[in-house]
Design a protein around this ligand. Structure first.
Ligand code: ZN
Length: 828
């Protein structure tokens, strides 16, 4: 019986998803047969504004900054193309006009769209310019290769290159860069193509491009229009990955059979804790959400200046929905404005003038309702920015107030969707849950409409408990880590996304003042939970969070204003063994870390992680994404990996910045379900928030995304387990080493593993306060020192797990001389 119901619900959900994708406007307008009390009437003002999911194109990062600053949430599914940036936006007609006014090109409605094929740069025509600009090698320092990566997917090879020129900021004329590659070791350079200049917030970042290639090059050559030229070797990206855990025929996987709403996620989490008490338990987060609930409302009396917006004092489900309001036109003249209340029925007897005409303004009626409704109405005001000077009309009968949560979507759980504040359970899995093992926090669905991240996280939890006794690798994970799953961190918004308005992103808290508090705005209320944190926040002037309560990226009235974000801080403070975190979002095919926010003026980012952390992030990312690829060849491209503000843009007040900078937690942000390569068309095909669950398994499919990204989560656990077991001290070297040189010499440090070096050149003992060895520039290898005089370097290195080279400890007499030293002697 129960089983049958579940199946029906799942089928229905797929149908819902389909309709969202095709119709694109699951507006909250009251559907037929779902209105409240009989005899009520509805003002057209109460229809929630229709939204469309549209494909848009921006000319570049500068325009992206402006659009984001205007409060649009575009962070998901952005894709750079040679002529700009493409993406999708969820917008009302009003917002669409605003976008167009900003110069954004609207490409059409989005329906699991196909990215234009720019893999070969579309720039074959520029080959004529070829390599004539090549200059002697003494210009080499003006051009540097940042990265050159080769990867294959579904039989097709790709080369991704980032290169930087010291003249990149120059805009008149703009510096152009040409890329050439060979066709394997010892072959000639050729195939010149122009690279795209990447400018963000007015600052030159680097040039970059993704090119389709049939053979793996050994080297590339980059030439700038100002005369610089350099060569670089090509590295592999996610090639030759070890087989995933799922390759073992005895390994159990594929547990999640469809999208799950919060009640299903939470009850399964509780069931897992009951079924596997030896390795699992539930922790209930202390702050209840503000609730899947609303005040009951109506907009009555006319339009514009004559409209009155009425909100109940009680929540809709706690009596607000039982209230009716009637504006009554009595016979007679010279009558005062009066309010009568009988039970939950409010009658406003409108004033009449000497001639017997209606004479109450919207402002007067609103004020009367607030003060004379015997507490039933606690908020009544004119519509939007109107002063309420218009005379209100009588209603044709009582108008029932409603919270607009009465539309039971097909697929709703048995009974009603629970109203009111929710308690969020954390599913904790680990053999030793006493703080001895590194903790990993998996936090899914901060954004309500992102259904795949919740399914992915549940799949990972199921794999842990089902394989614990039968699979050695899983046993190692469970024995050596302490995992905390928040399967949905936004249950109120998620319920709204499942049952009312599929495109909901934020939570359900309405912080809007009167001018945006009418029910027509209800699909725009809420706080963007991933803008509500304290480090690099919009409240501190960082870019990418909005102060507008109706914006998709509304940051909230203050930092940590929302219970959902307070809970995360509570959790990592109480369980201080949490050293890793993955904030799981969709859809973009990206893996991010710090820096993730900047102050736009001057593009000042949050502090750049030390080189050791950065290298550890890259190493971990490559492990995680290799396991994603192992499922169906999905490649998250290197241009979508790194500090999020280095490769995409600023998101102020995101959770990752807070956890990394406040608590030293390695905090990743993941956009699952990005575009995948379609060999049949030769194009990359974009993902979506709620792809059909089965869909096309090789291309767009919630099921496939869930399985492949669950592979990646399992690998993140292995990264954490290895980190916890890492007692190996790093080693490092100055290259070339100390010795006698006949002239100036360039030296740099190398480490045996991701590690940060602290060094001195002034004869003092190095400490953690000494200068840190940094990257040449972000996303580049370590800096090069040009040594012109005899210099002694003193240094030590520290790895990502905190192991110090040679056990050096400046405060311990027996270890205070264990630092490294090398003298470069320059003889003239
Ligand atoms: Zn998101």
């Amino acid at each position: 019986m129960r089983r049958t119901q579940t199946r029906v619900a799942l089928l229905a959900l797929s149908a819902l998803v389909g309709s969202v994708l095709v119709a694109t406007a699951p507006a909250g307008a009251v559907p037929a047969g779902a209105t409240a009390a009989a005899g009520s009437e509805r003002s057209p003002l109460e229809n929630a504004e229709q939204v469309r999911l549209v494909r848009i194109k921006l000319t570049g990062a500068d325009m992206l900054d402006k659009v984001v600053a205007a409060g649009f949430d575009l962070e998901h599914g952005l894709k750079r193309v040679p002529t700009g940036i493409e993406g999708e936006a969820v917008v009302t007609a009003e917002q669409l006009a605003e976008l167009e006014a900003l110069g954004v090109e609207v490409l059409g409605d989005s329906e699991g769209f196909t990215w234009s094929d720019q893999a070969d740069g579309g720039l074959r025509a520029s080959a004529a310019r070829s390599a004539q600009a090549v200059q002697p090698a003494n210009h080499e320092a003006t051009v540097r290769v940042v990265r050159a990566d080769w990867f294959t997917t579904k039989g097709q090879g790709f080369l991704y290159v980032e290169a930087r020129t010291t003249e990149g900021q120059q805009s008149d004329p703009v510096v152009t860069m040409q890329l050439e590659n060979d066709s394997g070791k010892g072959t000639a350079f050729g195939f010149p193509r122009t690279m795209s200049r990447f400018v963000d917030s007015g600052q030159y970042m680097f040039h970059r491009n993704l090119f389709k290639l049939d053979a793996r090059p050994d080297q590339i050559r980059v030439t700038s229009s100002t005369g610089g030229v350099t060569t670089g070797y090509v590295s592999d990206w996610l090639e030759n990955a070890p087989p995933p855990l799922t390759a073992n025929p005895k390994y159990k996987w594929d547990f999640v059979d469809g999208y799950k709403h919060p009640q299903q996620l939470y009850s399964r989490a509780e069931e897992i804790a009951r079924q596997y008490p030896d390795i699992a338990e539930i922790i209930y987060l202390p702050n209840k959400t503000n609730g899947y609930q609303r005040k009951a409302q109506a907009t009555i009396g006319g339009t514009g200046q004559s409209a009155v917006v009425v909100s109940s004092a009680a929540w809709g489900h706690e009596g607000g929905n039982d209230i009716t309001v009637e504006f009554v036109d009595r016979p007679g003249a010279n009558l005062p404005l009066t309010v009568e209340v009988a039970g939950k029925a409010i009658r406003v007897l409108l004033a009449k003038d000497a001639a017997g005409a209606l004479a109450s303004t919207a402002a007067q009626v609103a004020s009367a309702l607030e003060t004379r409704s015997q507490g039933l109405i606690d908020r009544a005001h004119p519509y939007r920015t109107n002063a309420g000077t218009g005379i209100v009309a009588a209603t044709s009968g009582p108008v029932a107030l409603t919270d607009f949560l009465d539309q039971k979507r097909v697929g709703a759980p048995e009974g009603d969707v629970p109203r009111g504040p929710a308690t969020i359970p954390v599913l904790r899995i680990g053999k030793h849950r006493d703080g001895r093992n590194p903790g990993v926090l998996i936090q899914a669905q901060d954004h309500a409409r992102e259904w795949v991240p919740a399914a992915t996280s549940l799949e990972a939890a199921e794999r842990l408990v089902h394989n614990y006794t039968s699979d050695q690798e899983t046993k190692k994970i469970v024995n050596n880590t302490d995992v905390f799953f928040i399967l949905s961190n936004n249950p109120d918004g998620a319920n709204y996304s499942f049952f009312n308005f599929a495109s909901q992103r934020k939570n359900m808290t309405n912080h809007c003042p009167d001018d945006n508090a009418d029910p027509g705005r209800r699909d725009s209320w809420g706080v963007d939970l991933n803008r509500n944190y304290r480090v690099g926040s919009g409240h501190d002037g960082y870019a990418g969070g909005s102060t507008s309560c109706t914006s998709g990226t509304y940051q909230g009235p203050e930092e940590l204003s929302e219970p959902e974000s307070k809970n995360i801080i509570w959790l990592v403070e109480k369980y201080s063994n949490i050293k890793f975190m993955m904030s799981v979002h969709s859809n973009g095919g990206q893996l991010f870390w710090q820096p993730g926010a900047y102050i736009a003026d001057g593009r000042i980012t949050t502090p750049r992680p030390p080189l050791g952390d950065e290298a550890f992030y890259w190493q971990s990312a490559s492990r995680i994404l290799s396991q994603v690829k192992a499922h169906r060849q999905t490649v998250v491209t290197p241009e979508n990996v790194g500090g999020s503000s280095d490769v995409l843009y600023s998101s102020a007040g995101n959770v990752r910045e807070d956890l990394y900078y406040t608590y030293g937690i390695y905090a990743f942000g993941w956009e699952v379900g990005g575009s995948v390569y379609n060999p049949a068309t030769g194009n990359w095909q974009g993902g979506s928030f709620q792809p059909p669950w089965e869909g096309t398994p090789d291309l767009v499919s919630g099921h496939s995304e869930t399985m492949e990204y669950a592979n990646g989560i399992m690998e993140m656990f292995r990264v954490a387990a290895d980190w916890g077991k890492d007692k190996k001290k790093p080693t490092s070297n100055l290259v070339p080493g100390g010795g006698k040189y006949s002239g100036p010499v360039d030296v740099r440090f190398e480490t045996s593993e991701p590690a940060t070096i602290y060094y001195t050149t002034d004869g003092s003992r190095p400490t953690m306060e000494s200068p840190r060895y940094e990257a040449t520039e972000f996303r580049e290898p370590g800096q090069v020192f040009h040594v012109t005089e005899t210099t002694t370097f003193r240094w030590f290195s520290v790895d990502a797990a905190g192991n110090v080279e040679k056990g050096y400890d400046p405060t311990d007499d027996s270890k205070r001389n264990n630092y490294r030293t090398a003298t470069i002697t320059i003889k003239r």
